[in-house]
Design a protein around this ligand. Structure first.
Ligand code: 4HQ
Length: 245
């Protein structure tokens, strides 16, 4: 699996990808991340990547030619998906992240300024991806988020092979609370069930915590899944009653 990122700020990626899990995956040869400077694909002596928008208005827009040239040079095959990071894109979630991890090459285009000439999204990009409903100063941070979320699905990148598939979102819920030592920190105590040594009881407690937190904070996640009879019992019936009224 290989990511090719097109940007005018290639240095921004060094800080993020030179440490941690992503860096280890690169060193293990599980993934490749290639960052390309858009200016290298310009043909004029000023290496100009942007220009003023037709129709007036403030600011600058990325020109189509260098972006087309970059993608045409980098792309291995017509099957390689090309994504433009943009607030108009399809919202990133774990499903899209997993889908991306299944390709052998993915190209990400990072825009800046007022945006990118529309002909890039219309005729070059396979799709647009947004990491959320807010405006960033550029697509670089969004591309890093996409890469980070996707590489976790590649076998061997995250510690245990299938731990990713037990991740909370896969099961349509938020995570259960975690605790470590000390048992009593300034009077704030760890729930005693966690040192009971009874693993069945611990599992049941964790599931209940996760389900209740999900219902409180992200009921939308629960609506999309079918609860097992055990989970239905776990979700406090009194609270549920209150919600219905
Ligand atoms: N951008 N998710 C690039 C974003 C964004 C987002 C703002 C991308 C400006 C030029 N990208 N332009 N949200 O806010 O991906």
């Amino acid at each position: 699996m290989r990511f090719d990122i097109i940007t005018i700020f290639p240095e921004m990626f060094e800080a993020i990808f030179s440490g941690g899990v992503v860096n280890r995956a690169v060193e293990k040869g599980l993934i490749e991340i290639h960052v390309h400077n858009l200016r290298d694909f310009t043909t004029d002596k000023h290496k100009q990547v942007d220009d003023r928008p037709y129709g007036g208005e403030e600011g600058m827009v990325f020109k189509p030619e260098p972006i087309f040239a970059a993608v045409e040079r980098i792309r291995w095959s017509p099957q390689t998906p090309v994504y433009l990071l943009s607030p108009q894109g399809k919202k990133l979630d774990f499903r899209l992240a997993e889908e991306l991890s299944g390709h052998s090459q993915v190209i990400l285009i990072c825009g800046r300024y007022e945006g990118v000439d529309e002909r890039v999204s219309e005729n070059l990009a396979t799709d647009e991806i947004s990491i959320g409903d807010y405006i960033l100063t550029g697509g670089e941070l969004a591309a890093m988020v996409v890469v980070d979320a996707a590489v976790r699905f590649i076998p061997g990148v995250v510690g245990k092979e299938d731990s990713v598939r037990h991740d909370s979102f896969f099961e349509g819920r938020l995570d259960y609370p975690q605790y470590t030592r000390p048992r009593d920190f300034r009077g704030m105590k760890v729930p005693p069930v966690l040192f009971s040594g009874d693993h069945k009881k611990i599992d049941a407690w964790r599931r209940k915590q996760a389900l209740e937190k999900t219902r409180q904070r992200r009921p939308d996640l629960l609506e999309r899944r079918t609860l097992s009879p055990e989970d239905k019992k776990r979700l406090d019936p009194i609270q549920d009653e209150r919600k219905r009224r």
